[in-house]
Design a protein around this ligand. Structure first.
Ligand code: AMP
Ligand code: ZN
Length: 116
């Protein structure tokens, strides 16, 4: 996609602080980190959101989840981390190219789900 910022990062038209890359997947640090560790895991394929994934993406999605825990540990999240996939307007998605946020650090992250 010509104007997608994460496609541009995948094509190296925009620089990123890359922590992992293979044929299908890229991981780079979030430009506005919410915690000491905060990176994004994206497919190089332009998929708009988790609401747009297809059966044909099953292997890719599984590979991304396996990488999430591997990279999280490598980045210093041995004691846990949070994985967030904002989806669509209601989910607060701002960049419409599927991405997993991996967030962590030494301290326990604040609670996130508020009931009532
Ligand atoms: P979301 O609300 O899930 O769509 O979050 C998009 C995320 O992308 C935000 O956390 C941004 O800080 C991050 N982001 C936007 N542009 C860049 C960039 N050029 N490099 C790294 N992270 C970015
Ligand atoms: Zn894209």
């Amino acid at each position: 996609m010509d104007n997608c910022i994460f496609c541009k990062i995948a094509r190296r038209e925009i620089p990123s602080n890359k922590i992992y890359e293979d044929d299908e997947i890229l991981a780079f640090n979030d430009i506005n980190p919410a915690a000491p560790v905060h990176f994004l895991l994206i497919p190089k394929l332009h998929i708009e959101s988790l609401a747009d994934v297809q059966d044909s993406h099953q292997n890719l999605l599984g590979k991304m989840l396996l990488l999430a825990q591997k990279l999280a540990k490598e980045q210093g999240c041995e004691e846990g981390f949070r994985t967030i996939i904002n989806t669509g307007r209601v989910g607060g998605q701002e960049v419409f190219h599927l991405h997993f946020h991996i967030i962590g650090g030494r301290e326990r992250l604040p609670g996130m789900i508020h009931h009532g």
